[in-house]
Design a protein around this ligand. Structure first.
Ligand code: 9MR
Length: 371
């Protein structure tokens, strides 16, 4: 992959040089995917609106800046199998067609997740019924997208913070081995896709140890796992750089690729870390929780840029172990962090602002290649 990229980068070089050459006259925006071409792919999550082509400004930015796409919601089971045994691949297919046409790749997100299940699946109480849903969902979806996606987040968020198994509907009814079984089924149905385990906070020591146990268990069963996704929902001024570095080293020592799959850096007050969607903050009417409705102060903008730059310097240091960096959204206006863990806030976690313009953090990320 890296060798292919090296040759491809020679083809891309004129574009990069063109940017640099013209910089003095009329600065052209550098392109994330070209700047990091030799290092890792650079992706974004797309909303259903964006996949349907109804966000034109996002569309031109996406085509220009990114080379790998993750559907933010559209390939979750509640959307792909809204009724038992009835699959709706329309939006997912639109995404894979769009990616193929524009020379991009798609990461399927996600085959097995306890959240965003179809309503009928949430009420399943018997092991046999859940096993039937589990087997059929993985087989049908993975087979449908074989050769159309680069890889799948086969299982999402199966662990507790202490590294033990999360007591999800899958764990309770199918047992701890459901993770290995999901990978086994995905491997059979989609032999051409990479298979990933994805979680948040899995750079933290206890959860990381649990993830390593899980990955070793899959490997020990003779089942293929190609990579681990560290979601990367972090907080300004508190990005856990040391744990991230240890995680890159420890996960890649297992012989798998490391990817940062849902990157954003939240700038608003929060009293916990991670991305547990059921977790909320109290006092949601407190205006102190939403301090930047009129714009982001320069000092915070700078801190955000500094955090992103430090992160990308770390990613570049370990570029041989990292295959992909995906941002969780195209621009600040789209980010899920405007609605969680407090609804209706004005958040600024990404590289492009609400007007689709690059922020200081964007230039700081690009500049890590010039240092
Ligand atoms: O960004 C997604 C948001 O639009 C949904 O409402 C939410 C529902 O749970 O899921 C968000 O994406 C999550 C991802 O699928 C898994 N990791 C955590 C992400 C943020 O919650």
């Amino acid at each position: 992959m890296k060798i292919t990229r090296f040759y491809l980068s020679i083809i891309a070089l004129p574009a990069i040089l063109n940017c640099t050459a013209q910089k003095k006259v009329a600065p052209l925006l550098p392109v994330l995917k070209d700047v990091f071409w030799n290092d890792f792919s650079v992706g974004t999550a797309l909303s259903a609106l964006q996949i349907e082509g109804r966000d034109h400004k996002a569309d031109s930015l996406v085509k220009k800046q990114f080379n790998v796409l993750t559907p933010e919601n559209s390939m979750k089971s509640m959307f792909l199998q809204p009724e038992w045994g009835k699959f709706d691949f329309r939006i997912g297919d639109r995404l894979t067609d769009y990616a193929a046409k524009n020379n991009m790749q798609v990461v399927g997100h996600t085959l097995i997740w306890h959240s965003q299940l179809p309503a009928y699946a949430q009420t399943i109480r018997s092991k046999d019924s859940l096993q039937a849903f589990f087997n059929n969902h993985i087989r049908t979806v993975a087979a449908h997208y074989d050769k159309k996606v680069l890889g799948w987040d086969v299982v999402n968020e199966a662990l507790n913070e202490d590294g033990t198994m999360r007591p999800s509907i899958f764990q309770r009814l199918l047992g701890d081995d459901f993770v290995t079984e999901a990978f086994r089924l995905a491997q059979e149905a989609s032999p051409n896709s990479e298979l990933y385990y994805n979680d948040y906070n899995n750079e933290q020591p206890a959860k990381r140890a649990g993830a390593i146990r899980l990955i070793k268990k899959i490997q020990g069963a003779g089942v293929r796992i190609d990579g681990v996704g560290i979601q990367g929902h972090w907080h300004i001024g508190k990005v856990p750089f040391d744990d991230i570095e240890k995680s890159i080293l420890e996960y890649s020592a297992l012989g798998i690729k490391v990817m940062f799959t849902e990157l954003d850096i939240e700038v608003l007050p929060r009293n916990f870390t991670g991305a547990e969607v059921n977790q909320r903050m109290r006092n949601t009417n407190d205006t102190a929780l939403n301090p930047y409705t009129a714009g982001l102060p320069d000092s915070v903008q700078k801190q955000l840029a500094d955090d992103y730059a430090q992160l990308f310097r770390l990613f570049l240091k370990h570029r041989d172990k990292i295959s992909r960096i995906t941002f969780w959204g195209v621009n600040d206006g789209q980010s899920w962090l405007n609605g969680w863990p407090v609804p209706g806030r004005t958040n600024y976690p990404l590289l492009f602002d609400r007007n689709y313009q690059p922020k200081p953090a964007y230039y700081a990320v690009i500049a890590t290649k010039q240092q």
